[in-house]
Design a protein around this ligand. Sequence first.
Ligand code: FMN
Length: 178
Amino acid sequence: MILLVRSSGRKNGKSNQLLNRIKSHVEDEVKEYDLSQMNIKGCSGCRACKKSIGYCVIADDLKPFFEDLNEAKHVIYASPNYMGEMSGQLKLLYDRHYSMTDLQGKSKINHLKSGVLLFTQGYENELYYKDIYSNYQSILSRQLNTPFALVIYGGDELLSDTISVQEKINGIVQILCD
Ligand SMILES: Cc1cc2nc3c(=O)[nH]c(=O)nc-3n(C[C@H](O)[C@H](O)[C@H](O)COP(=O)(O)O)c2cc1C
């Protein structure tokens, strides 16, 4: 199963368009979460997750997500760039990945095959925020114990069928179908 996580409030925005196209190319079962429509709390820092083998104990809309994460083979997170960072909605989930590692920092996850972190941004230079994105990429790889690929789409024009867009979609589909 592939877990697909949206975090832009723009239904027809670029990240959602990209995700829709990726979804239409994969054959595996896809489970979707749209963080912009969910009630999610931030990490409370209670550290209950460090004292048990379970994940985050906060009972909100992320509860089924964590259960699905336990079954998923691949996971893809998509975010628009807001003020040089990931969206606030994704950051709430991102912080709660703290619960994926134990007291020694060892991940509780051992079945995910791969992850993808997809960013869209207004600025056309796709390297401009790469260091910030790469930091998220390495932390997610560690927390979820699986390699994460980083894909960036820059530019404010609507998505078209350029070779570069096709290549990004094909690259992600290949990772999710492995
Ligand atoms: C609140 C806000 C902050 C933004 N900050 C940046 C920014 O710092 N750098 C940038 O390149 N684009 C920025 N943008 C533009 C978005 O990243 C860009 O339009 C993105 O592709 C939107 O993704 P979406 O279509 O999936 O919603 C910002 C947009 C908003 C609404």
